[in-house]
Design a protein around this ligand. Structure first.
Ligand SMILES: Cc1cc2nc3c(=O)[nH]c(=O)nc-3n(C[C@H](O)[C@H](O)[C@H](O)COP(=O)(O)OP(=O)(O)OC[C@H]3O[C@@H](n4cnc5c(N)ncnc54)[C@H](O)[C@@H]3O)c2cc1C
Length: 472
C-alpha cells in the first residue's frame, strides 16, 4: 500500500484548524485600514502573541492592545502542531550545563507551571481545547536510541527532582502502547490539546476583553523612534511598545535573522480506527515521541485517530507553500508511521499537513528587546512552543510593561541569542548536515550502524556547540 498515496492534499490549513473553525468560526476580525494607536502592538496571532496579549490585559487592566495577524489566528504553527504540552525536564542536563543548576531548575519549574496553567485557563475561560493530562513518554524506537534520555534522568535525580523525568522499562512502555517498535524510555507529566482550539479560544477571550485583532494584516515594516510605527499594506499602528511573536517568519526580520533557522514539521492523520487504538491498549491519551535526531511524535484523538508527526526537509527561511504541504516530507513521516504502527497497515492516512518551526541554536526560545528599547521579541521555540509560548507570554508582557519578576530572571531572557554562522548551518552546509542526520536515522531505524563520515557530519552542529543534531 502506498504510504502517502492516500493523503488528501492539504488546502493550506490543518485538520485541527478546520475542526476548530467548524466548531466556532468566531466573530470577524477585519484587516487594519488606516492609522491607529495602541499601548502595545503585537505582531503574530499564534500562542506567543495571543498569550502576550492575555497577560498584558491581566497585568494592566484597561491597556490598549492591538494584534496584527498575517492570516487568521491559529493559521501558523499554533493551529498545526501535534498538541503535545510538555515540560523542560527532558532537557535539564543541557540547561544545567549551559546556565548552571539553579537556572536550569527555575526554567523547568516555570515550564511545568505553564502546563497546568493552560489547563486552569481553559477551564476558567470555558475553552474546550480537548485538554487531557497524561504521561508524556519519550522512548527508543530503535536500538541505537536506547538510553538517550539518561543524562536528563540523572540530572533530575541529582537536582532532587527524581520523579519529574524518570526511566520507564520496555514492559511499562508496552503497557501504554503495545506496538513492537517501542522500547524503553523515560516519562514526565504533560498533556495534549487540540492545538487550533486553544489558539481560537485565546482569540475569543481576547476579543471579549477588548483586544483589537486584525487578521489578514501583515506587518511589513517597523520604524522605531520614541513610538513604534508598524506599517501594514493598508494601515499603520503607532504604539508605545511592539512585541514580535511571528515564529519562523521572524527569521527574516532585521535584528533576528541569524538567531533562527527554519525547519518544517509535518503530520499525517489516520482515519478513525478506535478499535485498533483499543488493541494497542493506548487509551490513556499519552503523547509519545521517539528519540531519533529527527524525532517522531504521535498521539491519539478522541475519535480514535493517530496523529503522527516528524521533521521535514530543509526548505529555507522564506516560508512558502512547502511548509504547509511537502510531498517528500510527508512521505518520510508516513514511512515512520507505517514502521512504528504495523497494526494500522490497512488504516488509511486521510490527511497530511505541515508548518514552520523556528529552530534556535540552543534548542530553547529567547526573549529580549531590540536596540532602541521599544520592540521585544520571543522566538526560537524549536518545535516545543505549546507550553513554552504561555511562559513566553508571561515574559513578554513583563518586558513590554517594564516589569521585573521571576520569569524575567530566567536565563534566556534579556541575553543575546546564540547566533548561527551564515554558511555552516544554513544554505548548502545546512542541507548537507541534514542529509547526514537523515541517513543516520534511517540506517539506525533499520538496525544498521552508520559509517564514520555520516556520523561525523551529522554531529557537526554539536561539535560546534549548537544544541542540534545527535548527541552521540
Ligand atoms: C507540525 C508542527 C508540529 C508541532 N508540534 C508541537 C507539539 O506537539 N508540541 C509543542 O510544544 N510544539 C509543537 N510545535 C511547535 C509549536 O507549534 C510552536 O512552537 C508554537 O505554536 C509557536 O507559537 P508562535 O505564536 O510563536 O507561532 P505561530 O503560531 O506560528 O504564530 C506566528 C504567527 O505570526 C503570523 N505572522 C508571521 N509574519 C507576520 C507578519 N509580518 N505580520 C503579522 N503576522 C505575522 C503568522 O501568520 C502566525 O500566525 C509544532 C510545530 C509544527 C509546525
Amino acid at each position: 500500500m502506498s504510504v502517502v498515496g492516500d493523503v488528501r492534499r492539504s488546502t493550506g490549513t490543518s485538520y485541527w484548524l478546520r475542526e476548530a473553525l467548524a466548531a466556532d468560526p468566531g466573530e470577524a476580525c477585519p484587516p487594519l485600514r488606516g492609522e491607529t494607536t495602541a499601548d502595545v502592538v503585537v505582531l503574530g496571532g499564534g500562542y506567543c502573541g495571543l498569550w502576550t496579549a492575555w497577560f498584558l490585559t491581566e497585568r494592566a487592566p484597561g491597556i490598549d492592545v492591538v494584534v496584527l495577524e498575517r492570516d487568521v489566528c491559529g493559521s501558523g504553527a499554533s493551529g498545526r502542531n501535534g498538541g503535545f504540552v510538555g515540560a523542560w525536564w527532558d532537557e535539564i542536563d543541557g540547561l544545567a550545563a549551559r546556565y548552571g543548576d539553579d537556572a536550569a531548575l527555575a526554567a523547568c519549574r516555570a515550564g511545568d507551571e505553564s502546563i497546568w496553567a493552560i489547563e486552569d485557563w481553559c477551564q476558567r475561560q470555558g475553552v474546550d481545547a480537548w485538554y487531557r493530562p497524561a504521561d508524556y513518554l519519550e522512548v527508543a524506537s530503535s536500538e541505537a536510541q536506547e538510553g538517550a534520555w539518561g543524562g536528563a534522568v540523572e540530572a533530575c535525580r541529582r537536582l532532587g527532582e527524581p520523579e519529574r523525568y524518570r526511566d520507564i522499562s520496555a514492559e511499562e512502555v508496552q503497557r501504554v502502547c503495545r506496538t513492537p517498535a517501542l522500547r524503553a524510555g523515560a516519562v514526565m507529566r504533560g498533556a495534549t490539546v487540540q492545538p487550533a482550539r486553544l489558539a481560537r479560544g485565546l482569540r475569543r477571550v481576547l476579543l471579549e476583553r477588548g483586544v483589537r485583532i486584525h487578521e489578514g494584516t501583515s506587518a511589513s515594516r517597523m520604524g522605531r523612534g520614541s513610538l513604534v510605527e508598524v506599517e501594514t499594506k493598508d494601515g499603520l499602528v503607532r504604539a508605545g511598545r511592539a512585541v514580535i511573536a511571528t515564529n519562523a517568519w521572524a527569521a527574516r526580520w532585521p535584528g533576528l535573522r541569524r538567531s533562527l533557522v527554519v525547519r518544517g514539521s509535518y503530520i499525517v492523520l489516520t482515519a478513525p480506527a478506535p478499535e485498533r487504538i483499543e488493541e494497542l491498549g493506548w487509551t490513556g491519551g499519552e503523547p509519545i515521541c521517539d528519540v531519533r535526531t529527527a524525532l517522531h511524535y504521535f498521539r491519539t484523538t478522541p475519535d480514535g485517530r493517530i496523529a503522527f508527526g516528524g521533521v521535514g526537509r530543509a526548505l529555507g527561511s522564506r516560508i512558502g507553500p512547502g511548509y504547509d504541504h511537502d510531498e517528500v516530507s510527508l512521505r518520510w513521516v508516513a514511512e515512520g508511521f507505517r514502521r512504528i504502527f504495523p497494526s494500522f497497515d490497512d488504516v488509511p492516512i486521510e490527511e497530511g499537513w505541515g508548518g514552520p518551526v523556528d529552530v534556535s541554536a540552543t534548542h530553547h526560545p529567547w526573549f529580549g528587546t531590540l536596540p532602541g528599547g521599544a520592540a521585544h521579541y520571543g522566538v526560537g521555540f524549536t518545535g516545543h512552543g505549546v507550553s513554552q509560548a504561555h511562559l513566553g507570554g508571561r515574559i513578554l508582557s513583563a518586558l513590554a510593561l517594564d516589569r521585573e519578576d521571576e520569569v524575567t530572571e530566567l536565563p534566556f531572557v534579556n541575553r543575546r541569542p546564540r547566533r548561527f554562522p551564515p554558511s555552516l548551518l544554513t544554505g548548502v552546509g545546512g542541507a548537507v548536515i541534514q542529509r547526514a542526520i537523515l541517513r543516520k536515522d534511517r540506517l539506525e531505524d533499520a538496525g544498521r550502524r552508520p559509517g564514520w563520515l555520516t556520523r561525523f557530519v551529522a554531529s557537526l552542529p554539536r561539535r560546534l556547540g549548537y544544541a542540534l543534531g545527535p548527541s552521540r
